[in-house]
Design a protein around this ligand. Structure first.
Ligand code: PPE
Length: 326
């Protein structure tokens, strides 16, 4: 991890190394936190946060699902994120807001543990390796099933849920693969350890429905729309495990990973990234970087001193501009 100067915490900008938490914080013991993974891209019209509002909406919903009361509005978190990017002089970054139960009480009904919120932003390169987006990755179906809605909430982006992803990822990495694919308790395909999954078969693009035990990814939504706009038929339905091996093409989507082709699953070769994957990926990457006019509305432009007159600057800032540190 590459440290930057500042982290936002409880309405203050604190030095990266001073953003510490008490060892008896509730979230550390029980995983009682909710978070987001967001990216900011350096577009031709200045830095822009991709689908910022959608991420903030999901953060609020994740918090609601676990009875966490966020002490700040989504708008305050949005503007604080802009300010954090400016103060850290970041034009592109991975952004990690986290709301967790802090220090105050332990035990499972932690009414005295406050909800603490931090926002970090820092450089984070290709999640599945530099070559992944071009050459594709090797995946393994995990022996660990995706958390079930009967015992937890797959739709919440909650810290504790990631123990499930970590088991799957550890298993696949130890076995020499790049990523794990998790099935649900019925044996149908869910998603990667940190990405949603798409399968191309017979000129259709398939993806598990949003009611499956998946995180309803924001990039998943974007890719469904892009693929449909390109004229493809996208079908949300259960996907059998064997369909992964019989697929013409498979790819994964996520904020950290972006769009990554899969070239092999459980030692069944799928070949080099195919035409559908390539076409959707190219448009998706253009959308992320502000190079696709039709998807500019997905970008939340960060006003910066040198870009304040650009057409992308949305002018809705209420925090004064700060010259980034040299
Ligand atoms: N499923 C899971 C389980 C998941 O963690 C992610 C994002 C997605 C799907 C895709 O969601 P979206 O980013 O909204 O398209 N994973 C985040 C965390 C990765 C991490 O290692 O931490 C991410 O990509 O930021």
């Amino acid at each position: 991890m590459d440290p930057v100067e500042l982290i936002w915490r409880k309405r203050e900008f604190v030095a990266w190394e001073d953003a510490q938490t008490h060892v008896l914080s509730h979230g550390l013991h029980y995983g009682t936190g909710v978070f987001e993974g967001i990216r900011c891209y350096d577009t031709p019209r200045g830095p822009a946060v991709f689908r910022h509002q959608d991420h903030l909406d999901r953060l609020e919903k994740s918090a609601e699902l676990y009875y966490l009361e966020l002490p700040y509005s989504a708008e305050e978190i949005r503007l604080a994120t802009h300010e954090l990017l400016r103060r850290n002089d970041l034009r592109s970054a991975y952004i990690r807001p986290l709301a967790y139960r802090g220090y105050g009480s332990l035990g499972l009904y932690a009414k005295d543990a406050p909800v603490d919120v931090i926002i970090a932003a820092f450089p984070w390169g290709a999640y599945l390796g530099e070559e992944s987006k071009n050459g594709g990755i090797r995946a393994k179906v995990s022996s660990w099933r995706r958390i079930s809605p009967a015992g937890s909430i797959p739709h919440a982006k909650a810290s504790g849920s990631y123990l499930n992803s970590i088991l799957a990822k550890t298993e696949s990495s130890n076995a020499g693969y790049d990523e794990a694919i998790l099935l649900d308790e019925r044996g149908f395909v869910c998603e990667g350890s940190g990405e949603n999954i798409f399968v191309v078969r017979d000129d259709q693009i398939l993806t598990p429905p949003h009611v499956a035990s998946i995180l309803d990814g924001i990039n998943r939504k974007s890719v469904i729309q892009i693929a449909r706009d390109l004229g493809y038929t996208v079908v949300e339905r259960d996907i059998a495990r064997a369909e992964l091996y019989l697929a013409d093409e498979v790819f994964l989507t996520g904020t950290a990973a972006e769009l990554v082709p899969v070239r092999e699953i459980d030692d069944h070769p799928l070949g080099d990234p195919g035409e559908v994957t390539r076409q959707v990926q190219a448009k998706f990457e253009d959308a992320l970087c502000g190079k696709a006019e039709e998807y500019l509305e997905w970008l939340d432009f960060v006003e910066t001193p040198d870009a304040s007159d650009s057409p992308g600057a949305n002018g809705s800032e209420s925090i004064g501009r700060i010259t980034p540190a040299a």
